[in-house]
Structures are given as structure tokens and as C-alpha cells.
Design a protein around this ligand. Structure first.
Ligand code: PEP
Ligand code: MG
Length: 593
């Protein structure tokens, strides 16, 4: 048998090996079957029956998953049930059947492609991924059009799941079974549901393989390398042995990390740091906590718009914020108001195409132009705050006037809630993201208006260096250690210290051991990052002295290029605290990639 190696995106670390299981796909129809005008009402009843059966099925699955995998993983089915109540979706289906006098299969398929196209046109990968939620629900209704359909066979042996794409509910069901050792998909990326779920269930996964389904057959033997982002099909014995050894090394390492996760983030000279998690879905909170997060430093609330096809209501926002606040309590939760607009466009928001989206009507600019929507979000955040662990974070602020305007609205919303006798945290902290260089330069003035700042290094670097953060052609210029970037960050941290107010870094820089040490040297104590990186940052910070970090950064600031700075920092740390580099690469142990 030929050995085939395929490259994809490693989204959940670890190594799995086993026989392939290829589940059947739901295929929407491209055939428009018509019904006589006299039977249109019957067809509508047929669709309604399928929707009712789907709802019953979803309730069942939700309860099942809740019991087996915890409430956090059952939430998706809640969202799917809500979609089936969505008036826009239901009216759309009914219209197709009435107007085109077609069968329900056609109405579901047409609606599916409509949503697919709508989501596909979005530039942001994270948003594009969300189309699968709609497909998932529509496919389930489709299957339920037949009232007596075949029951799916449950796999009886452990296997590696290979598929074109996993619908979110399918992912929850299949990854919840102990039978699934690893996952390999044609589609998907870091932010897809399958990726998030695989990470939280600790199942190695490689997604975005493009065409693995055409390379494997049921029963083939495969290796899933979630760190290297590689799949090896039918490896010879020697390769199997090699990967078995890697697997053992990784599993040991993971056990060690789990131990680190329980330890405090404290340097050798007893300086305490706080490591928080960045999340995009409420389901991620328990996993973040189990990895040692001491709160949620950034909840990217844009995601809420992806779970419905219409405008989320205040109650939708509230349910999500309350859930995160409850699951993270007593730790803090920073809820970032909508960072949408520009390239992060969404169908239900009718955002105009802009010539230069990154510099356009994004984030707080968008919120201030759409005040009713902003007020709804602020009301929900306030209503979720009685436990006093919720904070508000406003993205992409450029000037002080914007903060004043936000505060006016915030106060007005608070007054409204008081009048309605609704309880909220009267002292709820309000902060801004420092992502626009102008805001960084004004940190002292900004801090007169707010309680804290959070540095979004992803955007700050992009705007300060004029380098698109997601453009591979210029990625060589995207340098967190650029001396100008470091000066700017130091300025923000120092301004916050001088004002006696809180400062956090929630961009990717916080998740890199070397830059975390540099930030610590600047005086930063609160870091927020993708939860899977928390143990490695904890490990790195526990292996240095804050005093050393301070000395290193003082010297480093005299250098003139990113390369010189990086080399200098690595060398100094190697000499003083070599432990930092033991197992500090993304998915750590050096497995010889
Ligand atoms: C940032 O810009 O660093 C940040 C954390 O925000 P986002 O990545 O969501 O733009
Ligand atoms: Mg940002």
C-alpha cells in the first residue's frame, strides 16, 4: 500500500492512530421537485412535521450530551433549537414552497445554498465557518422529512473520524463518544466548532486537508499528527513506531502541563501574574478554567451574531453573558462590545462594502453609528453583572471623544435599568482596547475616563507598522519585537502604572513565552490568551525572575532592530533561566518536526 502524507491545519494537539471511519454525508438536492397547487398546504404540513420531529430530536440530544459532556457542549443544540424558531428562516422556507410550488427538500436545499453563499462571501474565516450551523439544522430537518428513516449505526470500534466536514451537532455527538481517537477533515480551520470541541475534549485533530476524503477508504490505517498538522495514510511499521514514541512523549508532556495548570503563575522572585483566557464561544469557559485560566480576559462578542440568522435580542445576549459570568465566577470576565464592520461583516447587519475595511466603520465606530444595537448589548452586559465579575471592554477606540460618547450612552442605559428596578453592578468597570496607535499615544488621557486598558497587540501592530495582519505577502514585516512596537507598548504599560489603573495584553503577544517575559519586564502582570497557551506561559513565567526580565528589557530597548532584540533576549534568558525554553514551543515537546 502507498504511504500518503497530507498537510492541513493542526487545530488540536496530540497524536492519534487508528482505522478510518467515514460517516455518510447529508446531501442536499439540486433537483426541484414540484407539487400540484392543491397539495401546497400538505407540503407545508409535511415540512412542519419534520421541523417538530427535529426539535424533539434536538431536545433529546441536548439532554444526552448535557449528561455525558456537560452543559457547555449541549449549548449548541440550544442554539439550533432557537434557529428553528427563527421567523426569517421559517418564513423563507414557506415562501419557497408557496411561490415555487416545490417540495420541502428543494426549499431546504435552496435555503441552504442561499446561506452558504451569504457566509462564503465574508472575508473573515471565523465568520465563514459559522455557515455550518445553519446547514446543520437544515440537514437535520431534511432527514426528518421522512418520518421513518433508517437509524444510524453507532460505531463499535475505536476509530479516526475522517469526513468532508462535520456539522456542529455531529461534532458534539461524535467527539463525545470515547470511540473517536482523532479527527481529519477536508474543511475547517482553527475557529470551527470541531476545532474548539476537539481541543476541549483533548482529541487530536487536523482540519482543512482539502481532499483527504478522496484519499482514504473505510478501514485504512491513519496517523493524525495534531501538532505538525499532518495525516499519514497507511504508514509502514517503522513510521508507526516513530509516531507511537512521539505519542507517548506528548501524552507525558500533557500530564505535566495539567500539573502546571494547577500551579500559580508566579515568577522565581515571587511576582504574581494573572493569566486569563480569550474566548469566542461560551462553551470554552470550562476548558479554559481547566487549563488554569483565572478569568476570561476577552470574550469576542461578535460570535453571538453567528448563532442566529436574525438580530440577536437582548435576551439572547443576556443568556450568553450570564452563562460566561456564571461559569467563570468568581473570576473576572471582560466582555468586549461588538468588534464588527469592515471585513468582519455579517449578513443580518447590512453593512456597506467599504474600500478599506480595516480603516473603516469597525468596532466602536460601528456601535456609535448603530446606537439601538449598542444599547441592547450594554443593557444585556449590565443585566449579567450582579455577581460583580463582569467588565466592559470597548474595541478600536481612536480618540477621547469616543469614550465620552460611550460613557454617556452607558450612563443613560444604567439610568434606564434603575428606573426599571433591574439589578446590576453599579461599579462595573469600563475599559478600552488599545489597538489604534493614536489611542496608545493618548493612554494617560484615556485612563482619566476609564478604569483600565487592554492592549490588543494583533491590531496595534498591524496599524502601527502598516502591515495587514492576515496578508501572507507582508507577514515578514509583522514583527512584535519591532523596536517601535515595543516602545509603544512600554509607553502604554507605564502610563497605566502611573495612573494606578489596570493594564492587560490580550493580543497574541501574550501567548508567546519570549514576548510574555518581555511584557513582564515592562511591568505587565495580566495576560490574556487563547486558553491552550496558558500552561506554557505559566511555565515560562515560573522559570524566570521578574527582576531579570526588567534588566533584559532595559538593555534591549537600546537595540535598533527586531532581530537584534529577539536574539539578545533569547541569549540573556538562555544564560540566566534556560528552563524557560524547555518545552515552550507552541505544542511543546520537541517531537522532531
Ligand atoms: C487584538 O487586536 O489584539 C485583539 C485581541 O483583538 P482581535 O484579535 O479580536 O482583533
Ligand atoms: Mg483587535
Amino acid at each position: 500500500m502507498d504511504i500518503i502524507r497530507l498537510r492541513g491545519i493542526g487545530v488540536s494537539p496530540g497524536i492519534a492512530m487508528g482505522d478510518v471511519l467515514l460517516p455518510k454525508r447529508v446531501i442536499f438536492t439540486s433537483r426541484k421537485e414540484l407539487v400540484p397547487a392543491s397539495q401546497v398546504e400538505d407540503e407545508l404540513r409535511r415540512l412542519k412535521g419534520a421541523i417538530e420531529r427535529t426539535k424533539a430530536e434536538l431536545v433529546n440530544i441536548r439532554e444526552n450530551i448535557k449528561e455525558k459532556m456537560g452543559e457547555q457542549n449541549a449549548f449548541i443544540f440550544e442554539a439550533h433549537l432557537l434557529m428553528l424558531e427563527d421567523p426569517t428562516l421559517l418564513a423563507g422556507l414557506e415562501n419557497i414552497i408557496r411561490e415555487e410550488k416545490s417540495r420541502s427538500e428543494w426549499a431546504l436545499s435552496k435555503t441552504n445554498s442561499r446561506y452558504e453563499q451569504m457566509f462564503e462571501s465574508l472575508a473573515d474565516d471565523y465568520f465563514r465557518q459559522r455557515k455550518s450551523d445553519v446547514s446543520d439544522v437544515l440537514a437535520r430537518v431534511y432527514r426528518n422529512l421522512e418520518s421513518r428513516r433508517e437509524k444510524e449505526q453507532r460505531p463499535v470500534r475505536q476509530h479516526v473520524l475522517v469526513a468532508h466536514e462535520l456539522l456542529p451537532s455531529e461534532a458534539a455527538i461524535r467527539l463525545g463518544r470515547e470511540m473517536t481517537l482523532g479527527v481529519a477533515l477536508d474543511m475547517g480551520g482553527q475557529t470551527s466548532h470541531t476545532a474548539i470541541l476537539a481541543r476541549s475534549m483533548n482529541i487530536p485533530a487536523v482540519l482543512g486537508l482539502r481532499n483527504i476524503t478522496s484519499h482514504v477508504r473505510e478501514g485504512d490505517f491513519v496517523i493524525v499528527d495534531g501538532m505538525g498538522g499532518e495525516i499519514i495514510i497507511n504508514p509502514p511499521a517503522a513510521v508507526r513506531r516513530e509516531y507511537l514514541a512521539k505519542k507517548e512523549k506528548y501524552d507525558n508532556y500533557r500530564r505535566e502541563l495539567q500539573k502546571t495548570a494547577k500551579l500559580k503563575a508566579v515568577t522565581l522572585d515571587k511576582v504574581r501574574a494573572n493569566l486569563l483566557a480569550n474566548i469566542e464561544l461560551p462553551e470554552e469557559v470550562p476548558m479554559a478554567m481547566s487549563l488554569g485560566a483565572e478569568g476570561i480576559g476577552l470574550f469576542r462578542s461578535e460570535f453571538i451574531y453567528l448563532r442566529t440568522t436574525s438580530q440577536p435580542s437582548e435576551e439572547d445576549h443576556l443568556a450568553i453573558y450570564s452563562r460566561i459570568a456564571r461559569d467563570a465566577a468568581p473570576h473576572p470576565v471582560y466582555i468586549r462590545t461588538l468588534d464588527i464592520g469592515g471585513e468582519k461583516s455579517l449578513p443580518q447587519l447590512n453593512i456597506e462594502q467599504e474600500p478599506n475595511p480595516a480603516l473603516g466603520l469597525r468596532a466602536v465606530r460601528f456601535s456609535l453609528r448603530n446606537k439601538p444595537l449598542f444599547r441592547t448589548q450594554l443593557r444585556a452586559i449590565l443585566r449579567a453583572s450582579p455577581q460583580k465579575n463582569v467588565r466592559v471592554l470597548v474595541p478600536m477606540v481612536t480618540e477621547v471623544e469616543e469614550i465620552i460618547e460611550v460613557k454617556d450612552i452607558f450612563e443613560d442605559v444604567k439610568a434606564e435599568l434603575r428606573q426599571e428596578n433591574v439589578k446590576f453592578d453599579e461599579k462595573i468597570p469600563l475599559g478600552v482596547m488599545i489597538e489604534v496607535p493614536a489611542a496608545a499615544a493618548l493612554t494617560d488621557l484615556m485612563l482619566r475616563e476609564v478604569d483600565y486598558v487592554s492592549i490588543g497587540t494583533n491590531d496595534l501592530i498591524q496599524y502601527f507598522l502598516a502591515v495587514d495582519r492576515s496578508n501572507e505577502f507582508v507577514s515578514y514585516l509583522y514583527k512584535p519585537f519591532h523596536p517601535a512596537v515595543l516602545r509603544l507598548i512600554r509607553l502604554v504599560i507605564q502610563a497605566a502604572q502611573k495612573a494606578g489603573k489596570g493594564v492587560t495584553v490580550c493580543g497574541e503577544m501574550a501567548a508567546d513565552p519570549l514576548s510574555a517575559i518581555v511584557l513582564m519586564g515592562f511591568g505587565l502582570r495580566t495576560f490574556s490568551m487563547n486558553p491552550i497557551f496558558i500552561p506554557r506561559i505559566k511555565k515560562a513565567l515560573r522559570a524566570v525572575e521578574a527582576k531579570t526580565a526588567e534588566k533584559i528589557v532595559a538593555e534591549m530597548m537600546k537595540l535598533r532592530s527586531a532581530q537584534e532584540i529577539e536574539e539578545y533576549v533569547i541569549e540573556e534568558i538562555l544564560v540566566r533561566h534556560p528552563q524557560v525554553f524547555l518545552g515552550s514551543r507552541p505544542f511543546e515537546p520537541d517531537l522532531g518536526h
